[in-house]
Design a protein around this ligand. Structure first.
Ligand SMILES: Nc1nc2c(ncn2[C@@H]2O[C@H](COP(=O)(O)OP(=O)(O)OP(=O)(O)O)[C@@H](O)[C@H]2O)c(=O)[nH]1
Ligand SMILES: [Mg+2]
Length: 416
């Protein structure tokens, strides 16, 4: 058995799986899956790259067989309930139905008959216990709510799901109460109707403003600001590639991040690859001159230094720089991987800035969409773009309220 597994690649998951089956056989019980990865290979800045699905797997250790000899008496019916009860109250209780149904299949030791019979009883017992368990969980969850919304049971379930997905209680309450009010005349709503309407309400509250719109006949300047490491420079590169290479616009890049050589280099490298002019601006006094130089461009993207929001002096530098630059749009870049408390602190520190839109990065690694919803509504600015990975320019999408709402409800349903 290979300890680290073998790697199987293909353009599609099917192709990778076919290679895996040719090498390791078709018996899925004897294959142990160690990991699956999707990425793009080759191309220029992600353009023209080909998708790759990579599966790492190895042969599973052989199952232990009973020693040859006379068949022992069928004791499974005595042992299984004890094992089942042990599992039902342990962490693995959720897997029991699968385990019980596996037990009902005759096994290759020939002892399938006796196990099957007991598995039927165990299966029924399991079903009843898990139904009781879910009722008790529901009662406990309801009892824990301090200010319950006055809504129908279906909406109360949606409320609990939203709260479990970390949507703030007050917000979750106002969302379900609004759905209740909207559906008031429609008799007792079923869960599908409740879900569809909640989706509609959520997509409305997630305000989006579409992509950057270039001003006709003059240069549009857009600045990205935000805490350090959230993905500002990568997003500037994605936006530049979109506008310059896809929409064929004249684009220039400006950075005020002159403190760190690596940061300036990063932007120059992108500029070089896309053949775009790049300027670094070391002081607010120089920014107007540079923007004047670029007045014939369609779009100037301003990348700013990642400021620790705790450093008041650096935050003041940024404020002075933006006041001098007077961008048409300033997007506050927030990482979806930040914890709730950190996002709250960031929003507070950037509140004095004139922020026009919010841009969410790293949605592919989001900690909780509920937390993002809370922050978006707190800032009360339109969402511009979301980024969904490191690939330039592929992993950039115009913010879509309905899509985010769908992801949030999906996440909420899963966490229930
Ligand atoms: N998973 C994921 N990673 C991303 C995404 N966008 C950017 N990154 C990664 O985040 C890291 C930081 O990105 P930068 O663009 O350098 O971040 P920054 O905000 O400019 O950082 P500072 O200039 O230090 O403030 C890099 O490793 C990027 O590849 C995204 O959408 N998803
Ligand atoms: Mg940067």
């Amino acid at each position: 058995m290979e300890p680290n597994g073998q790697v199987f690649r293909g353009r599609t998951p099917e192709e990778a799986r076919a290679r895996l089956r040719r090498a390791l056989g078709t018996d899925s019980e004897s294959i142990e899956l160690l990991g699956v990865r999707h990425y793009r290979e080759g191309g220029f800045l992600g353009f023209g790259g080909v998708p790759v699905c990579e599966i790492v797997a190895r042969r599973a250790p052989p199952r232990r067989r009973k020693p040859a000899g006379p068949e022992p008496p069928p004791r499974a019916s005595l042992r299984r309930p004890a094992r089942f009860l042990e599992r039902a109250y342990g962490a693995g209780a959720r897997d029991d139905s699968a385990a019980a149904s596996r037990a009902a299949v005759p096994n290759d030791d020939g002892g399938g008959q006796a196990v099957s019979a007991s598995a039927v009883d165990v299966g029924m017992l399991h079903a009843e216990l898990s139904a009781m368990r879910s009722v008790m969980e529901q009662i406990c969850r309801r009892a824990a709510v301090q200010h319950p919304p006055s809504v129908c049971p279906e909406l109360f379930d949606s409320y609990l799901q939203l709260v479990e997905a970390q949507v703030a209680e007050g917000l979750a309450k106002s969302l379900v109460e609004r759905v209740q009010k909207d559906l008031a005349g429609a008799g007792a709503p079923d869960s599908a109707a409740v879900r569809a309407h909640l989706l509609r309400v959520l997509s409305e509250v997630i305000r989006t403003g579409g992509p950057i719109r270039l001003k006709a006949g003059r240069c549009t300047t857009v600045a990205l600001i935000g805490p350090t490491g959230v993905g500002k420079t990568t997003t500037v590169a994605k936006l530049a590639a979109r506008f310059a290479l896809i929409e064929r616009k004249r684009v220039a890049l400006v950075t005020n991040d002159t403190y760190r050589l690596a940061a300036v280099d990063q932007l120059y490298r992108y500029g070089e690859l896309m053949r775009l002019p790049v300027r670094e601006v070391s002081s607010p006094a120089k920014v107007r001159g540079v923007l004047d130089e670029f007045r014939d461009m369609d779009l100037v993207l301003i990348d700013t230094a990642g400021r620790s929001q705790r450093n008041a002096l650096l935050m003041n530098d940024l404020r002075l720089f933006l006041e001098a630059a007077r961008p048409d749009e300033t997007h506050l870049v927030l990482s979806s991987t930040s914890e709730c408390s950190l996002l709250g602190a960031v929003v507070e520190r950037f509140a004095p800035f004139k922020v026009d839109r919010v841009l969410l990065t790293k949605l592919d690694e989001a900690v909780s969409l509920g937390v993002l919803l809370n922050v978006l509504l707190r800032i009360d600015k339109q969402l511009s773009y979301v980024t969904t990975g490191q690939a330039v320019p592929d992993d950039l999408e115009v913010g879509d309220g309905r899509k985010l709402a769908g992801m949030l409800i999906g996440e909420a349903a899963q966490s229930a």
